[in-house]
Design a binder for this molecule. Structure first.
Ligand SMILES: Cc1cc2nc3c(=O)[nH]c(=O)nc-3n(C[C@H](O)[C@H](O)[C@H](O)COP(=O)(O)OP(=O)(O)OC[C@H]3O[C@@H](n4cnc5c(N)ncnc54)[C@H](O)[C@@H]3O)c2cc1C
Length: 473
């Protein structure tokens, strides 16, 4: 038999690779295949990693086969869900990608009020199936983001103050471990793994499916999105804070320092005009939500008001056009204890220094259900913070990488003095700070995670992620 060039690169006998391919139901894509560049592409255009093999799994048997193959041949492994991770952790250089993007089935169990989701589904897949029944589980704000990557490390979206983060709604997980066995983790089986997966999930195995609690949502919800000129930001932000002090849990709000997107649907004369948007969504009857959120529309003189009653599925897709595939993304975040005047003033200054109009500062108001989960109930830090501040660097030209990354990093540094610690690991830049970052993302839970990692993945087989190293003793 002819030894293939990709097999040589992997230092694997060509017959062995052929055998693996033959045993696999999905496609096994290598650099020699025409589909390689398309299959390799992920959301962040800055990521240039080139895996040797991409195993496009079609089911649990494929996942087990891929894990066993990688282990037996000592290949570096990464797991791809939706491919949105800014650091590019879905891919690895020269190793094997366990690609779940073809595993995206979703099944609602109406009697149990749960939804079972395969490990490669996107939030768009979930919303479509659950909204038919007027149900939803908290996801993120972009429909193309993967369920697994987002939910296994937190999951912040428009329903968070009423129903919590995505992790708070996970009922059960099916996981293929490094040894190739499939286990279930829930409140009654492998409880330690269940705890660890709900915050540090990519560290312990490949999640082939997740089960979430469902809640009545929509099908139409009230969105509040008045767009004020940035000159009014100092006042608008203070008035927004006063409103939030007494807002019910149904209101999940994000204050945005941004520019009007230069996209169809926005008035051309406002394109790229810097603005402040005290946006909010009401997780309850839409008419009631409109009334309750009305004060946010009267904080100043809006340039534009996008407030409306919208189908929940449309709401979940409304940000998609602003974050297209292949653009450049560098997001960094910090929990802050208090939304102080000083913090607002500093955020306004940082907002004015954005090198790209498409970048934004998002002030994710917390509290409600997110703060009623105890600090040790899941691994995530930041439950008691008043807000998460994320600096979402977004631009199109690779030549602009350096100033945009520097802006997000400097802004993030400036936040440290407003925080008693805690970052959100789904907005962690490239994870440059390594263990320091992880300790900030998990706080006092880090050492417990390291012990559980030692039990379930002692060789650190799953290490292309925000990596919790196995405890040494
Ligand atoms: C434009 C944009 C908008 C975003 N909006 C939000 C938002 O509204 N709310 C929010 O909370 N976050 C948001 N995020 C952050 C998002 O949660 C993370 O980027 C997350 O990593 C995406 O998950 P994924 O499955 O798409 O990514 P991937 O890159 O595929 O995976 C992310 C990580 O999870 C691991 N992983 C993926 N699937 C599995 C699996 N089945 N089993 C085990 N490990 C797995 C991967 O190995 C990787 O380490 C956004 C990101 C972007 C780029």
């Amino acid at each position: 038999m002819v030894v293939q060039p990709d097999a040589l690169a992997l230092k694997i006998d060509g017959d062995v690779l052929d055998e693996f391919r033959a045993s696999f139901k999905g496609d096994v894509v290598t650099v020699a295949d025409e589909a390689y560049e398309d299959v390799r592409a992920i959301r962040n255009g800055m990521i240039t990693r080139r895996p040797a093999l991409i195993a496009q799994c079609q089911g649990v048997a494929d996942v087990i086969a891929a894990v066993n193959f990688a282990r037996e041949h000592e290949l570096l492994v990464s797991i791809r869900g939706g491919g949105h991770n800014v650091a590019g952790n879905a891919l690895c250089d020269d190793g094997l990608v366990i690609d779940l993007s073809n595993m995206c089935a979703v099944r609602v169990d109406l009697a149990a009020e749960t939804v079972r989701v395969e490990g490669g589904a996107t939030w768009g897949d979930v919303d479509r199936e659950t909204q038919v029944f007027g149900l939803a589980t908290p996801g993120g704000n972009i429909s193309t983001t993967g369920v697994s990557g987002l939910a296994l490390h937190g999951g912040m979206g428009h329903l968070r103050r009423k129903y919590g983060f995505s992790v708070d709604n996970i009922v059960s997980l099916d996981v293929v471990l490094a040894g190739g066995s499939l286990v279930t983790a829930n409140a009654h089986q492998n409880e330690d793994l269940f705890w660890a997966m709900r915050g540090a999930g990519s560290n312990f195995g490949v999640v082939t499916s997740l089960e979430f609690k469902l809640h009545p949502v929509g099908p139409v919800v009230a969105l509040c999105a008045p767009v004020y000129p940035v000159a009014e930001a100092p006042h608008v932000l203070r008035a927004w804070r006063a409103y939030l002090d007494t807002a019910p849990d149904e209101v999940s709000s994000i204050g945005l320092l941004w520019s009007v997107p230069a996209l169809e649907g926005f008035p051309p004369e406002l394109h790229n005009v810097p603005v402040v948007i005290p946006a909010a969504v009401y997780a309850g009857p839409a008419d009631e939500g409109e009334q309750i959120m009305q004060p946010l529309r009267e904080l100043g003189t809006p340039l534009l008001d996008l407030s409306n009653q919208v189908p929940y599925t449309a709401l979940q897709m409304s940000f998609d056009p602003m974050f297209p595939d292949g653009d450049m993304y560098y997001f960094k975040s910090q929990y802050v204890d208090e939304l102080s005047d000083e913090l607002f003033d500093e955020l306004c200054e940082l907002g004015a220094r954005r090198p790209s109009h498409r970048s934004l500062i998002a002030i994710w108001h917390q509290g409600g259900a997110t703060s009623r989960v105890g600090a040790q109930e899941t691994p995530l830090a930041g439950r008691s913070a008043q807000a998460l501040i994320s600096f979402d660097g977004t631009w199109s030209d690779p030549q602009d990488n350096a100033p945009n990354i520097a802006w997000a990093r400097n802004a993030w540094d400036a936040m440290q003095r407003y925080s008693s610690g805690g970052i959100y690991l789904n907005f962690a830049g490239f994870g440059e700070e390594q263990e320091e970052l992880l300790r900030s993302g998990y706080g006092g839970n880090y050492d417990r995670l390291a012990q559980i990692k030692r039990k379930y993945d002692p060789t650190n087989f799953f290490r292309v992620n925000n990596n919790v190293k196995p405890a040494t003793h």
